[in-house]
Design a protein around this ligand. Structure first.
Ligand code: ATP
Ligand code: MG
Ligand code: MG
Length: 556
């Protein structure tokens, strides 16, 4: 909770040290949440929780052209996944009538007018490009009397205007240096006359600038926390609540969280999904929250990361490797360990007469994980990468005449011979004997006969560069052709069944509120990587995703 105890968020609280604290997380239901939203969720919910208050999940659904049912559901699930419980789920559209009444109040106070100017005209009135091309002025509509404005506003409400032929504009302060005070739009008629799912009777809709501060006020939000793009909007936020003499929440702004080496904008992600470059919006190579969840990253690790970064007003651009380092550290102490072989070759150990059982701890770091039994069979499987046909200097794994240790097995083994497929040239089997004399330099993982077969997907960064959007020809020219390797013949020891049954494995870090589903079957495959079960798994076929490698830059 260091995030709330000191620094920016502590200062925000000190500016208004009230109880109870009420915050809101206000997503627009127009896309899937991404990693940046996790920061906003952690701040909005965490701040209220830290101060003994509560948080409303509010769908800012004022733009029917963009909204879809799936996004609502996904957002609710992800907030829960992160371990937070909203005190209420609300919708800006619930307040359309109340907002309409207040808009009429504003007109009566001569602080709003119905304007029929087009985009070009409005731009000119606002001083042209960046407000620097000419003097600012108001159009003739600003002179209309209250009666006319009320009548026209009612006509907008009744659907008597075509899209974009009438706006309600706030009469703010065009002398002010802040563009957010230059008579912003309060109501508009949507381009496509799209029907609002939750409010089908409405033909005009309030803008963000009109809605957000008022709904914050209706919901008695004490601290309205948002990202720094809204700094200039703070003045209009305060202006409207003051003008209408309603309860005034306090808006404060923190820096966004962006991730380098990937893209997060909806439009760009859509191209990847529709172009078949990835498996969907939740492809583990993406940084949407559904992708992060599917990849098996524990919510606690994501929150730990946000906490580590801290909160200031500066924008944070993080490198993927830095995030993975936190995930790795989190997993080290919270998941069991198993033996898995990606590309198996059989090794027959001549000295093994009958199968023995060895007792193996699930975690060398924490006895609380318990132990399980592994069969040590006459034929075991090792990874192709751990065998060489010719021994060389400095090589410490298995080769003819060379001894290697088998993790958790009774004795080291020495290879005596091997067989090869004449067509493919690939090694098909190795014969070995016990070597009780030599102390091996390396221990490798193995699995017994009759282990569980599965598919393993090793994902790597989807893009080659740190800033895919600046690559010539666009991000589509920056796709890493090796972003996924699939092993279809991988084997895992039977302990996997128990790990799967007990998932989510009892964790020692963080709170894991809504952490459920196949992706909570997480473990470390010794010497390989951290893995989680993929949602593509069926009764007959298990699929794993790599959560992170064991070490930074490990080539596997
Ligand atoms: P996007 O266009 O990326 O979807 P947005 O600003 O439209 O983002 P909303 O869905 O309206 O996002 O956001 C809900 C909340 O999440 C807002 O308070 C917003 O400030 C916050 N948020 C969005 N993106 C980030 C980010 N990258 N880092 C931190 N907070 C963010
Ligand atoms: Mg938005
Ligand atoms: Mg958004």
């Amino acid at each position: 909770d260091a995030m709330f105890k000191q620094g920016f968020l502590n200062e925000v609280y000190k500016e208004r040290p009230v109880k109870p604290v009420i915050t809101r997380f206000p997503p627009e239901p127009n896309g899937y949440l991404h990693m940046g939203h996790a920061k906003a969720i952690a701040i909005d919910f965490g701040f209220a929780r830290y101060h003994g208050g509560e948080t409303i999940l509010r769908f800012d659904d004022t733009n029917p052209d963009e909204e879809k049912e799936v996004y609502f559901e996904s957002i609710i699930n992800l907030v829960k996944w992160l371990g937070f419980t909203p005190s209420a789920i609300t919708y800006s559209s619930d307040y359309f009538q109340k907002l309409f009444e207040l808009a009429k109040e504003l007109i009566k106070k001569d602080k709003a007018y119905v304007c029929h100017c087009n985009e070009t005209e409005i731009k000119l009135q606002r001083g042209g490009k960046e407000g620097k091309e000419g003097p600012r002025y108001r159009c003739k509509h600003a002179e209309q009397d209250v009666e006319t404005n009320l009548k026209k506003f009612q006509d907008m409400h009744d659907g008597k205007y075509e899209p974009q032929t009438a706006f309600l504009r706030m009469k703010q302060d065009i002398e002010n240096g802040n563009p957010q005070m230059w008579d912003l739009a309060a109501y508009r008629i949507p381009k496509n006359k799209t029907q609002h799912v939750r409010a089908p009777e409405w033909k005009m809709f309030p803008t963000y600038d009109f809605t957000h501060c008022l709904v914050d006020s209706f919901e008695k939000i004490t601290h309205s926390l948002c990202t720094t793009e809204f700094i200039l909007s703070r003045e209009s936020y305060e202006w409207l609540n003051k003008s209408l003499e309603v309860y005034e929440p306090m808006q404060r702004e923190f820096g966004r969280l962006n991730v380098s080496g990937t893209i997060m904008s909806k439009r760009d992600l859509k191209k990847l999904v529709e172009g078949g470059v990835v498996r969907g919006w939740d492809d583990p190579r993406l940084y949407t929250l559904i992708a992060i969840r599917r990849r098996g990253i524990p919510p606690g690790a994501l929150l730990a990361f946000v906490n580590e970064l801290g909160v200031t007003t500066a924008k944070t651009v993080i490198q993927i490797v830095r995030f993975e380092q936190t995930v790795r550290r989190y997993l080290e102490f919270t998941v069991p360990r198993l033996m898995l072989v990606l590309d198996p070759i059989p090794v027959t150990i001549e000295d093994v007469e009958e199968t023995q059982e060895v007792e193996v701890p699930y975690s060398p770091k924490d006895p609380k994980f318990g132990t399980h039994k592994v069969r040590f069979t006459k034929t075991v499987y090792i990874d192709r990468a751990d065998f060489r046909e010719d021994d060389i200097k400095g090589y410490f794994r298995l080769a003819p005449g060379k001894t290697v240790g088998l993790l958790n097995a009774p004795h080291p083994i020495k290879a005596t011979s091997f067989t090869k497929d004449e067509v493919t040239g690939k090694v098909t089997g190795v014969t070995a004997v016990f070597d009780k004399e030599t102390k091996p330099k390396t221990y490798i993982q193995w699995v017994p006969d009759n282990s569980i077969k599965l598919e393993v997907r090793i994902q790597r960064p989807l893009f080659k560069s740190d800033d895919p959007k600046t690559v010539e020809g666009g991000f589509m020219n920056d796709i890493n052709p090796d972003s996924e390797t699939v092993y279809t013949e991988a084997l895992i020891e039977e302990g996997f069944n128990e790990v799967r049954q007990k998932a989510p494995w009892p964790v020692t870090a963080g709170e894991e509120g809504g952490d459920s589903g196949p992706e909570t079957v997480r473990f470390q495959a010794m010497r390989v990587a951290y893995f989680a079960m993929d949602s593509d798994s069926t009764d007959d076929k298990i699929v794993l995703n790599r959560i992170v490698s064991l070490k930074e830059d490990s080539g596997k």
